[in-house]
Design a protein around this ligand. Structure first.
Ligand code: TTP
Ligand code: MN
Ligand code: MN
Ligand code: MN
Length: 363
């Protein structure tokens, strides 16, 4: 027999934006292992390898059923030699030795721990590791280490914000933020984005977009009353600039990376709590982004994610359509013009892609 591939696995696109990926992952055993390999490559500044593992994991996440033999991966895109070997090992032994080796590695453990703190990226984590630091206690007791404001808040609320956020907690925050935003500006528009818009049950934070129906009135839109900490970034948006090719570059919209206090009685069914914690509240990470209304659709698509979905949407635009796409705009390089985008659907139409619902973007 030439081909024993089930029909459902035929014609899987190499682009995540041409796949439909729900939150139901039938291949978690494989994708968890690949995520460790991706993360470890990231810590070793091997971006190519990191991306290769993330792409492979994303393809497996989109499959309608579990991979039960190596043959079942025949014809799938983005699965390199390394990934095939990992899949084979897990199929045979139920585990991957390379992954277990990484998980036991001192450097991996330290960098993973350090980057789990709000405000600490791989660069800072690496710096601390090279100083010989291995634990939070060692970092906090090291006089030569100067934490910035964000990192101090990250440590202060670590117990709470390292814990998942439930859908009910996200919903409660939505009500509170909506009330506050509408108190400041009655006709403001608030949208839940990020993982919760994609239908996830749990998240690490809650993401929102806020704008005003009238262009320009969103400028300087600020929140009061509920903030425990605010890392505020004013807008650096320039409407004449072409979309960026660099996916890792942050967007230029006004935004806040917040930690907010959520009270027990504000949440239906109560708070997600640490064992032994009887406080009436918990801290939660919230991202609040304020795009001008004419950039609402591109910002919404970018902030809904997933990262892999949006990364591939941008790659597809560039490689297959000679277009540039980022959180600010969609630009056609052939026509040398910006394309108008009022809704997410418009963006898919311009790109000649079938519309993918938010809950199908968990690539
Ligand atoms: P995250 O909140 O990091 O991820 P998530 O909501 O998908 O999952 P969870 O929070 O549960 O871990 O990012 C949401 C989206 O926002 C993601 O697609 C990347 C995008 N994003 C930007 O577009 N610009 C930014 O500056 C940042 C920080 C994120
Ligand atoms: Mn999020
Ligand atoms: Mn995340
Ligand atoms: Mn976020």
């Amino acid at each position: 027999t030439v081909c024993s591939t089930p029909a459902a696995v035929d014609n899987v696109s190499q682009y995540a934006c041409q796949r439909r990926t729900t939150t139901e992952n039938h291949n978690k055993m494989f994708t968890d292992a690949l995520e460790v390999l991706a993360e470890s490559s990231e810590f070793n500044e091997n971006e190519g390898r990191c991306l290769a593992f993330r792409r492979a994991a994303s393809v497996l996440k989109s499959l309608p059923s579990a991979v039960r033999s190596l043959g079942a991966t025949q014809g799938l895109p983005c699965l390199g030699e390394h990934t095939e070997a990992v899949i084979e090992e897990i199929l045979q032994f139920g585990r991957c030795f390379k992954v277990e080796e990484i998980q036991c590695d001192e450097r991996y453990q330290a960098l993973k721990l350090f980057t789990s703190v709000f405000g600490v990226g791989p660069k800072t984590a690496e710096k601390w590791y090279r100083r010989g630091l291995r634990s939070f206690k060692e970092i906090l007791n090291e006089p030569a280490i100067q934490l910035n404001k964000m990192q101090r808040a990250g440590f202060l609320y670590y117990r709470d914000i390292s814990k998942t956020v439930s859908k009910a907690e996200a919903q409660a925050l939505r009500c509170i933020i909506e009330e506050t935003v509408h108190w400041i500006m009655p006709d403001a528009i608030l949208a839940l984005t990020g993982g919760f818009r994609r239908g996830k049950e749990y998240g690490h934070d809650v993401d929102f977009l806020v704008t005003t129906p009238e262009l320009g009135r969103e400028e300087g839109l600020l929140l009061h009353g509920i903030l425990l900490y605010c890392e505020h970034q004013g807008t650096t948006f320039d409407a004449t600039k072409l979309p960026s090719c660099n996916f890792e570059a942050m967007d230029h919209f006004e935004k806040c990376f917040l930690i907010v206090r959520l009270y027990e009685d504000q949440v239906e069914g109560g708070l997600q709590r640490n064992p032994g914690d009887s406080r009436a509240w918990r801290a939660i990470r919230v991202d609040l982004v304020v795009p001008p209304v004419d950039r609402y659709a591109t910002a919404l698509l970018g902030w809904t994610g997933s990262r892999q979905f949006v990364r591939d949407l941008r790659r597809f635009a560039r490689k297959e359509r000679r277009m540039l796409f980022d959180n600010h705009a969609l630009y056609d390089k052939t026509k040398k013009m910006f394309l108008s985008t009022t809704t997410e659907e418009d963006i898919f139409v311009h790109l000649g892609l079938e519309y993918v619902e938010p809950w199908q973007r968990n690539a």
